[in-house]
Design a protein around this ligand. Sequence first.
Ligand code: PLP
Length: 485
Amino acid sequence: MHYYSTRNKNEPFSFAQAALGGLAPDGGLFIPETIPPYRETVKHCLGSMSFLETACETIGPYTKDEIPAQVLEEICAGAFSFNAPLVPAGRGSMASPLGDTQASSLEDSRASGAPFPLMLELFHGPTAAFKDFGARFMARTFSWLRRGEDQPLHILVATSGDTGGAVADGFFGVEGISVTVLYPKGRVSELQEKQIAGLGGTISALAVEGSFDDCQALVKGAFGDAALREKLALSSANSINISRLIPQAVYYAAAAGKVMEGRWDPDGEATPVSAKVGTQKKAPVTAPDRHFKGGPVSFCVPSGNFGNLTAGLYARAMGAPIAGFIAATNINKTVPDYLENGEYKTRLSQATISNAMDVGAPSNFERMAAHWTYGEMQRMIRGISVTDDETRKTISDVYQECGYYLDPHGAVGWTALQKLTASAGITGPTAVLATAHPAKFAETVEALTGPVPIPLSIQKALGRKAQSKTIPADLAALRDVLLNG
Ligand SMILES: *Cc1c(COP(=O)(O)O)cnc(C)c1O
């Protein structure tokens, strides 16, 4: 498989070059020459394959010339050491398909035929957000691709909150690789800061006086800086990195396979349900609504930089049974606006309670646009934006009615789905990607629900002390820190 820059279809790169390079030399993003279809036998068996099998079948075609199957299997087994359960959020009062409890906004939407969403819980990994999938795969892949090299590799990563923690954790202790994480000072939660800046060792943290877009611009600037590139072997680890994006296609395929067969999973260890529901659900669960007839699922994806959604598009293009996508954003609605009127206008990011999605210039859009036309995107994706007030109301309503704790990002997804199903027919099964555990955003969530159960991964991180250096949003300052410490 060859890889090309989104800006130049003439110069091929290997997977190793694309992964380790991060950004293409011309500033474009790497894309595979084709999106390889699943083998027919695989396509129809996704629902009964193990996560590891699905991972190898999904990622294998992208790496097969360079990573032996056996090695890939080891990388995947190490990276995906936790699962991605697909659970019905509503039990207890919500479990009855006809909604025999008091009317409420959620019940109303169900009574009007809105499908009741499943939650694809992507927060069972060590930093309690979906970015663990990509970051852990990338760290193990880099380590293998760099075997036998003497020059240390330096990873630069800009984060709006969750990427930094996932990358720091994924690379912590990986030999021959050091990491510098740039995050917007004061715009990440205390826990996120501890996850980013609490490990120490080969992981350095820079608090940038500016926004996430500033952090991202600094990283791009560093890659374009000849003086830096001469002295350091630089690589990126943002969602622009193709080796982070491809593994994210795995959970879409695995979940779509299950929904196709009308199945879901039992709760995982970190599933955030209130104790009340925890006891009730020991009784047999009534299948909520029409999901369980099975069929192609529509995924609702809380989106910021659009790496996650792009990975979903890859899974669909490979042949996973996915009807379509909802691109759910907070008020940073560059892509929903584009889908509506065909004009792509980036803007400054605005701070919201779903801060991992505060992106005004989504970097993966360039990749989406290189693969698909506007018309194709319009047919596959519905865009919708959600305000903080709506998000808070959803967190509160869903907790009241289901005993399920949504984090602000998942709540943007839930709200978007509700708004869309109310206005236009999405008739098949639906799943919202729960991109982070609510305990990661306890300050916001607990004000609406009361105490949230804290998973073990987060308890560990909270015990650490954040140590970072503050810099202005200025390339010279970054250059100085990187070269002189
Ligand atoms: C990063 C992140 C998102 C946005 O994902 P993109 O791939 O950037 O669109 C959504 N939710 C959470 C919790 C995140 O950490």
